[in-house]
Design a protein around this ligand. Structure first.
Ligand code: FES
Ligand SMILES: [Fe+2]
Length: 456
């Protein structure tokens, strides 16, 4: 007999064919899914920097974008400065999408008011100059504007209160030696949480990307490994450790709240040859467009410690992001679903109350709980923490693959894999206060030592 319960614990159907009993009893998680200004998660998200566009999307014309439910205009002055402003002109609300980019800012098409990237009204040409209404409005009114920073092909913005702006978070993977970063974008027709969940759900790689049809990444991903979660402040590390013959493959998925994600490589690592601290196939953010849409803005990472250079093209980025290319027919998507089909198929906002979270969903439960806690604290006036870092040093990240030659011993191999993973992660955590230029070589030599000495 099937027992169906809502998240509230209420039993809504305890027989077969209980479609009627199950219909319309679930709702979505309003606290985490809603991202507009004044909402619980929306305010939390507004305490962090987010990418909002690719640099290549900002041309000589203003660009309309939507972020966290706000309608905004991104533009570049003729001398190269980028601005991110509210869509509507504060004179009589014309859209600045039809504005003109000039040396000092953006000029409204309707009556020619000129705005600086920081929102200051620089000119009101139709009005009398000198003291009077025009001077008065320039002193009193601003066009809404947000701080932006362009870095390596992505445009980042901070949409929170101006007096709460944190430092721009500089992660170690922004400058991994020998890695070429290729910016890419992927749009999703669903709420941001659905897209974000997948990074703390490493087991879906076994099913969606491996056993469901074609193997989208590597053969060895078919196996369910030993799953563990390491929580460190805003950082969540989900390890999946697999035995592949005489090798042990430790793959680390990474989430730094609220929405920074990394993993191992998509194509290089397959568990069949040694690989020491290979870095993530992507450095990526899941950004809410509004409550029903989200966008991934990212770099795909190519080179010896990322994915092979032959994937350094648009199609390669799409395969890394979703396991499949994006522009496909409905039939193709049904026959070979990738991440987009899995998460968009839940609906534009999944009814979270209809979920039944399992032990393999522990990472998802933990990170959602943490966001809820931090967002509620903020609603009570406690500002959230920022990613941990030494002053002046990049934030340390751990998204990676490590593959060691460690043949199976005469003992419980699952336990061995679990203990080995804990030791490897601890060794890396212990090295986090080392200078960045020596940290990676230290970690790699420690991994070689574990391999040579064996792990007990
Ligand atoms: S509406 Fe923009 S200048 Fe009048
Ligand atoms: Fe996936």
């Amino acid at each position: 007999m099937t027992e169906i319960t809502a998240m509230s614990g209420q039993t809504v159907g305890s027989r077969g064919y209980s479609g009627y009993e199950c219909a319309r009893v679930f709702d979505y998680d309003h606290e985490l899914a809603e991202t507009g200004i004044g909402t619980v998660a929306g305010e939390f998200l507004r305490r962090y920097w987010h990418p909002v566009a690719l640099t290549s999307e900002v041309g000589d014309l203003p660009k309309e974008i939507r972020v966290l439910g706000e309608n905004l205009i991104l533009f570049r002055t003729t001398v190269g400065e980028i601005g991110l402003v509210h869509r509507h002109c504060p004179h009589r609300r014309a859209s600045l999408a039809y504005g003109r980019c000039e040396k000092n800012g953006i000029r409204c098409c309707y009556h020619g008011w000129l705005f600086a990237p920081d929102g200051e009204i620089l000119e009101t040409p139709g009005e009398a100059s000198g003291p009077g209404p025009a001077a008065d409005v320039r002193a009193r009114v601003r066009l809404g504007a947000y701080p932006v920073k362009e870095y390596s092909g992505l445009v980042f913005a901070y949409l929170g209160p101006s007096d709460k702006m944190p430092n721009f978070p500089f992660y170690d993977s922004f400058q991994t030696p020998d890695i070429i970063k290729r910016p890419y974008r992927a749009d999703y027709n669903c709420n941001w949480l659905q897209v974000l969940d997948a990074i703390m759900d490493p087991i879906h790689t076994t099913f969606l990307h491996s056993l469901n049809g074609e193997v989208q990444f590597s053969e060895a991903m078919k196996e369910i490994g030993e799953l563990q979660i390491f929580e460190r402040g805003l950082q969540f590390l989900g390890t999946n450790t697999r035995r592949v013959g005489d090798f042990v493959w430790i793959r680390v998925n990474e989430l730094v709240l609220p929405n920074f994600t990394q993993a191992g490589s998509a194509f290089t690592a397959d568990g069949t040859r040694v690989h020491y601290f290979g870095r993530s196939s992507f450095t990526r953010w899941v950004v809410p467009v509004d409550d029903h849409h989200s966008m991934v803005l990212a770099w795909a990472n190519f080179g010896d410690r990322g994915d092979p250079d032959k994937y350094n093209n648009q199609e390669g980025c799409e395969l890394i992001e979703q396991g499949e290319v994006m522009d496909r027919t409905y039939e193709e998507r049904q026959r070979r679903p990738g991440d987009a089909e899995a998460v968009e198929g839940m609906g534009s906002i999944s009814d979270h109350q209809g979920e039944n979270l399992m032990p393999t969903d522990r990472g998802v439960s933990l990170y959602r709980r943490k966001i809820r806690q931090l967002a509620r604290n903020l609603a009570r006036g406690e500002e959230p923490i920022q990613p941990w870092q030494f002053p002046g040093q990049p934030i340390r990240t751990y998204g990676q693959d490590t593959i060691l030659f460690l043949p199976m011993k005469d003992e419980d191999d699952r336990k061995y894999l679990k203990n080995l993973t804990q030791a490897v992660m601890k060794m890396q955590f212990d090295a986090e206060d080392m200078p960045l230029d020596t940290r990676d070589s230290h970690i790699i030599s420690e991994l070689e030592r574990i391999e040579q000495d064996g792990f007990e």
